[in-house]
Ligand binder design. Structure first.
Ligand code: ATP
Length: 238
Protein backbone atom coordinates (compact mmCIF):
# COMPACT_ATOMS: atom_id res chain seq x y z
CA UNK A 1 0.00 0.00 0.00
CA UNK A 2 1.34 3.39 -0.98
CA UNK A 3 1.38 6.07 1.73
CA UNK A 4 0.94 8.87 -0.83
CA UNK A 5 -2.13 7.31 -2.43
CA UNK A 6 -5.28 9.43 -2.76
CA UNK A 7 -7.74 6.53 -2.66
CA UNK A 8 -6.84 3.46 -0.60
CA UNK A 9 -8.94 0.31 -0.37
CA UNK A 10 -7.54 -1.97 2.29
CA UNK A 11 -8.50 -5.55 3.18
CA UNK A 12 -12.02 -5.25 1.81
CA UNK A 13 -14.42 -8.17 1.81
CA UNK A 14 -17.95 -7.93 0.43
CA UNK A 15 -20.91 -10.28 0.19
CA UNK A 16 -24.15 -10.64 -1.72
CA UNK A 17 -26.22 -12.39 0.92
CA UNK A 18 -24.13 -15.38 1.96
CA UNK A 19 -22.09 -15.36 -1.24
CA UNK A 20 -18.67 -13.69 -0.90
CA UNK A 21 -17.68 -11.56 -3.90
CA UNK A 22 -14.54 -9.72 -2.66
CA UNK A 23 -11.75 -11.30 -0.61
CA UNK A 24 -9.33 -9.09 1.31
CA UNK A 25 -9.05 -6.71 -1.63
CA UNK A 26 -6.37 -4.01 -1.68
CA UNK A 27 -6.18 -1.18 -4.18
CA UNK A 28 -4.46 2.16 -4.11
CA UNK A 29 -4.62 5.06 -6.53
CA UNK A 30 -2.34 8.08 -6.51
CA UNK A 31 -3.40 11.52 -7.67
CA UNK A 32 -3.15 11.72 -11.45
CA UNK A 33 -3.29 8.00 -12.08
CA UNK A 34 -5.79 6.48 -14.48
CA UNK A 35 -6.04 3.07 -12.86
CA UNK A 36 -7.62 0.32 -14.94
CA UNK A 37 -9.28 -2.40 -12.91
CA UNK A 38 -9.34 -5.29 -15.34
CA UNK A 39 -10.76 -8.78 -15.02
CA UNK A 40 -12.97 -11.32 -16.69
CA UNK A 41 -16.73 -11.40 -16.46
CA UNK A 42 -17.77 -11.84 -12.84
CA UNK A 43 -14.26 -11.16 -11.46
CA UNK A 44 -15.59 -8.45 -9.12
CA UNK A 45 -14.87 -5.17 -10.94
CA UNK A 46 -18.36 -3.68 -10.50
CA UNK A 47 -18.54 -5.00 -6.95
CA UNK A 48 -15.27 -3.26 -6.10
CA UNK A 49 -16.62 0.08 -7.32
CA UNK A 50 -20.00 -0.46 -5.65
CA UNK A 51 -18.23 -1.29 -2.40
CA UNK A 52 -16.04 1.83 -2.58
CA UNK A 53 -19.18 3.91 -3.19
CA UNK A 54 -21.05 2.33 -0.27
CA UNK A 55 -23.77 0.91 -2.55
CA UNK A 56 -22.67 -2.49 -1.22
CA UNK A 57 -21.04 -1.65 2.12
CA UNK A 58 -17.92 -3.71 2.86
CA UNK A 59 -18.24 -6.44 5.49
CA UNK A 60 -14.58 -5.91 6.40
CA UNK A 61 -11.79 -3.53 5.53
CA UNK A 62 -11.44 0.18 4.94
CA UNK A 63 -11.73 2.78 2.19
CA UNK A 64 -9.85 6.07 2.60
CA UNK A 65 -9.95 9.14 0.38
CA UNK A 66 -7.20 11.66 1.15
CA UNK A 67 -6.93 10.17 4.63
CA UNK A 68 -10.65 10.26 5.38
CA UNK A 69 -12.40 6.95 6.20
CA UNK A 70 -15.42 6.38 3.95
CA UNK A 71 -16.49 2.82 4.75
CA UNK A 72 -19.87 2.68 6.45
CA UNK A 73 -21.01 6.06 5.08
CA UNK A 74 -24.08 6.15 2.83
CA UNK A 75 -23.40 6.59 -0.91
CA UNK A 76 -24.52 10.24 -1.04
CA UNK A 77 -21.98 11.15 1.65
CA UNK A 78 -19.26 9.21 -0.13
CA UNK A 79 -20.10 11.15 -3.29
CA UNK A 80 -19.97 14.39 -1.30
CA UNK A 81 -16.56 13.40 0.06
CA UNK A 82 -15.19 13.62 -3.49
CA UNK A 83 -15.88 10.39 -5.37
CA UNK A 84 -17.75 10.70 -8.67
CA UNK A 85 -19.42 7.45 -9.74
CA UNK A 86 -20.56 6.63 -13.28
CA UNK A 87 -22.52 3.38 -12.86
CA UNK A 88 -22.70 0.69 -15.50
CA UNK A 89 -26.43 1.34 -16.05
CA UNK A 90 -25.79 5.14 -16.24
CA UNK A 91 -28.86 6.13 -14.20
CA UNK A 92 -29.66 9.31 -16.07
CA UNK A 93 -33.11 10.90 -15.67
CA UNK A 94 -34.82 9.92 -18.96
CA UNK A 95 -37.73 12.38 -18.76
CA UNK A 96 -35.55 15.38 -18.02
CA UNK A 97 -33.69 17.17 -20.76
CA UNK A 98 -29.98 16.66 -21.24
CA UNK A 99 -29.34 20.10 -19.78
CA UNK A 100 -31.58 19.46 -16.77
CA UNK A 101 -29.62 16.27 -16.04
CA UNK A 102 -26.48 18.40 -15.94
CA UNK A 103 -28.05 21.21 -13.89
CA UNK A 104 -29.29 18.76 -11.24
CA UNK A 105 -25.73 17.46 -10.82
CA UNK A 106 -24.05 20.89 -10.69
CA UNK A 107 -22.20 21.09 -7.36
CA UNK A 108 -18.91 22.52 -6.23
CA UNK A 109 -16.19 20.05 -5.27
CA UNK A 110 -15.11 19.47 -1.71
CA UNK A 111 -12.87 22.54 -1.52
CA UNK A 112 -15.24 24.69 -3.55
CA UNK A 113 -13.73 23.69 -6.91
CA UNK A 114 -15.88 24.65 -9.90
CA UNK A 115 -13.62 23.23 -12.59
CA UNK A 116 -16.50 21.70 -14.52
CA UNK A 117 -19.30 23.80 -15.97
CA UNK A 118 -22.05 23.07 -18.49
CA UNK A 119 -20.16 24.82 -21.35
CA UNK A 120 -17.02 22.83 -20.52
CA UNK A 121 -18.78 19.45 -20.58
CA UNK A 122 -20.46 20.49 -23.85
CA UNK A 123 -17.02 21.23 -25.25
CA UNK A 124 -15.97 17.73 -24.18
CA UNK A 125 -19.05 16.10 -25.75
CA UNK A 126 -20.41 18.49 -28.43
CA UNK A 127 -23.27 16.12 -29.27
CA UNK A 128 -24.74 16.86 -25.82
CA UNK A 129 -24.87 20.57 -26.69
CA UNK A 130 -26.81 19.70 -29.84
CA UNK A 131 -29.22 17.52 -27.86
CA UNK A 132 -29.47 19.77 -24.80
CA UNK A 133 -33.19 20.57 -25.07
CA UNK A 134 -34.30 16.99 -25.78
CA UNK A 135 -35.19 14.34 -23.21
CA UNK A 136 -32.21 12.30 -22.06
CA UNK A 137 -34.20 9.10 -22.59
CA UNK A 138 -34.11 9.72 -26.36
CA UNK A 139 -30.31 9.69 -26.54
CA UNK A 140 -28.50 6.71 -28.04
CA UNK A 141 -26.60 4.39 -25.69
CA UNK A 142 -23.32 6.11 -26.49
CA UNK A 143 -24.79 9.57 -25.95
CA UNK A 144 -26.26 8.41 -22.63
CA UNK A 145 -22.82 7.20 -21.57
CA UNK A 146 -21.41 10.62 -22.47
CA UNK A 147 -24.18 12.29 -20.46
CA UNK A 148 -23.50 9.99 -17.49
CA UNK A 149 -19.82 10.98 -17.53
CA UNK A 150 -20.63 14.67 -18.05
CA UNK A 151 -23.15 14.66 -15.23
CA UNK A 152 -20.64 13.11 -12.82
CA UNK A 153 -18.01 15.69 -13.79
CA UNK A 154 -20.53 18.43 -12.89
CA UNK A 155 -20.07 17.37 -9.24
CA UNK A 156 -16.35 18.28 -9.51
CA UNK A 157 -15.11 15.00 -7.98
CA UNK A 158 -11.55 14.37 -6.78
CA UNK A 159 -11.65 10.83 -8.18
CA UNK A 160 -13.81 9.61 -11.05
CA UNK A 161 -15.00 5.98 -10.88
CA UNK A 162 -16.19 4.56 -14.20
CA UNK A 163 -17.85 1.18 -14.42
CA UNK A 164 -17.33 -0.40 -17.86
CA UNK A 165 -17.86 2.77 -19.91
CA UNK A 166 -17.12 1.00 -23.22
CA UNK A 167 -19.58 -1.85 -22.72
CA UNK A 168 -22.11 -2.40 -25.49
CA UNK A 169 -21.15 0.72 -27.46
CA UNK A 170 -20.30 1.10 -31.14
CA UNK A 171 -16.55 1.29 -31.89
CA UNK A 172 -16.75 4.95 -32.94
CA UNK A 173 -18.26 5.89 -29.56
CA UNK A 174 -15.78 3.72 -27.67
CA UNK A 175 -13.06 5.61 -29.52
CA UNK A 176 -14.52 8.98 -28.50
CA UNK A 177 -14.70 7.90 -24.86
CA UNK A 178 -11.10 6.67 -25.04
CA UNK A 179 -10.03 10.08 -26.39
CA UNK A 180 -11.80 11.80 -23.52
CA UNK A 181 -10.07 9.56 -20.99
CA UNK A 182 -6.72 10.30 -22.64
CA UNK A 183 -7.53 14.02 -22.22
CA UNK A 184 -8.32 13.36 -18.54
CA UNK A 185 -4.99 11.57 -18.16
CA UNK A 186 -3.13 14.50 -19.71
CA UNK A 187 -5.01 16.92 -17.45
CA UNK A 188 -3.99 14.90 -14.38
CA UNK A 189 -7.46 13.72 -13.33
CA UNK A 190 -7.55 10.72 -11.01
CA UNK A 191 -9.63 7.89 -12.42
CA UNK A 192 -10.57 4.33 -11.48
CA UNK A 193 -11.76 2.56 -14.60
CA UNK A 194 -13.38 -0.89 -14.31
CA UNK A 195 -13.11 -2.54 -17.71
CA UNK A 196 -13.15 -5.86 -19.44
CA UNK A 197 -11.84 -4.38 -22.68
CA UNK A 198 -8.07 -4.72 -22.32
CA UNK A 199 -7.27 -2.86 -25.54
CA UNK A 200 -9.29 0.11 -24.36
CA UNK A 201 -7.32 0.08 -21.08
CA UNK A 202 -4.01 -0.16 -22.88
CA UNK A 203 -4.87 3.06 -24.71
CA UNK A 204 -6.03 5.13 -21.78
CA UNK A 205 -4.61 3.89 -18.45
CA UNK A 206 -1.41 4.80 -16.62
CA UNK A 207 -1.61 1.77 -14.31
CA UNK A 208 -3.34 -1.58 -14.11
CA UNK A 209 -4.79 -3.71 -11.34
CA UNK A 210 -6.01 -7.16 -12.37
CA UNK A 211 -8.76 -8.81 -10.36
CA UNK A 212 -9.72 -12.47 -10.44
CA UNK A 213 -12.34 -14.20 -8.30
CA UNK A 214 -12.67 -11.18 -6.04
CA UNK A 215 -8.95 -10.74 -5.28
CA UNK A 216 -6.20 -8.62 -6.77
CA UNK A 217 -3.74 -10.84 -8.66
CA UNK A 218 -1.54 -8.21 -10.37
CA UNK A 219 -0.59 -4.55 -10.08
CA UNK A 220 1.79 -2.62 -12.30
CA UNK A 221 2.22 0.41 -14.50
CA UNK A 222 0.89 0.25 -18.03
CA UNK A 223 4.25 -0.56 -19.63
CA UNK A 224 4.95 -3.43 -17.23
CA UNK A 225 1.44 -4.75 -17.86
CA UNK A 226 1.80 -4.42 -21.63
CA UNK A 227 4.93 -6.56 -21.49
CA UNK A 228 3.45 -9.20 -19.18
CA UNK A 229 1.96 -11.84 -21.47
CA UNK A 230 1.76 -14.32 -18.62
CA UNK A 231 -0.76 -12.18 -16.66
CA UNK A 232 -2.78 -11.43 -19.78
CA UNK A 233 -2.96 -15.10 -20.70
CA UNK A 234 -3.67 -16.36 -17.22
CA UNK A 235 -6.30 -13.87 -16.08
CA UNK A 236 -7.70 -12.09 -19.10
CA UNK A 237 -7.87 -14.37 -22.11
CA UNK A 238 -11.21 -16.05 -22.77
P1 ATP B 1 -19.05 -8.01 -15.25
O1 ATP B 1 -18.09 -7.64 -16.29
O2 ATP B 1 -19.87 -9.20 -15.63
O3 ATP B 1 -19.87 -6.87 -14.71
P2 ATP B 1 -17.53 -7.90 -12.81
O4 ATP B 1 -16.08 -8.18 -12.80
O5 ATP B 1 -17.96 -6.50 -12.71
O6 ATP B 1 -18.14 -8.59 -14.06
P3 ATP B 1 -19.24 -8.36 -10.57
O7 ATP B 1 -20.48 -7.92 -11.26
O8 ATP B 1 -18.62 -7.48 -9.57
O9 ATP B 1 -18.13 -8.76 -11.63
O10 ATP B 1 -19.55 -9.79 -9.91
C1 ATP B 1 -18.68 -10.43 -8.98
C2 ATP B 1 -19.39 -11.65 -8.43
O11 ATP B 1 -20.52 -11.24 -7.65
C3 ATP B 1 -19.90 -12.60 -9.51
O12 ATP B 1 -19.75 -13.93 -9.04
C4 ATP B 1 -21.36 -12.23 -9.61
O13 ATP B 1 -22.13 -13.36 -10.00
C5 ATP B 1 -21.71 -11.84 -8.18
N1 ATP B 1 -22.77 -10.83 -8.15
C6 ATP B 1 -22.76 -9.62 -8.76
N2 ATP B 1 -23.89 -8.94 -8.50
C7 ATP B 1 -24.64 -9.73 -7.70
C8 ATP B 1 -25.92 -9.59 -7.08
N3 ATP B 1 -26.66 -8.48 -7.22
N4 ATP B 1 -26.37 -10.63 -6.34
C9 ATP B 1 -25.63 -11.76 -6.19
N5 ATP B 1 -24.40 -11.95 -6.72
C10 ATP B 1 -23.93 -10.96 -7.47
Amino acid sequence: MSADALLIVHGVSAFYGSSQALFNLNLSIKAGQVMALIGRNGAGKSTTIRTIMGVLPPAQGSVHLAGRALEGLPPYMIARAGLGYVPEDRQIFPNHTVEENLEIADKPGLRGARDWTIPRVYDLFPILRERRHGPAGRLSGGEQQMLAIARTLMGNPDVLLLDEPSEGLAPIIVNRIAEVLIDFRRAGLTVLLAEQNMHFCLRVATDVTVISKGSVVYEGDIEAFRANDDVKLRYLSA
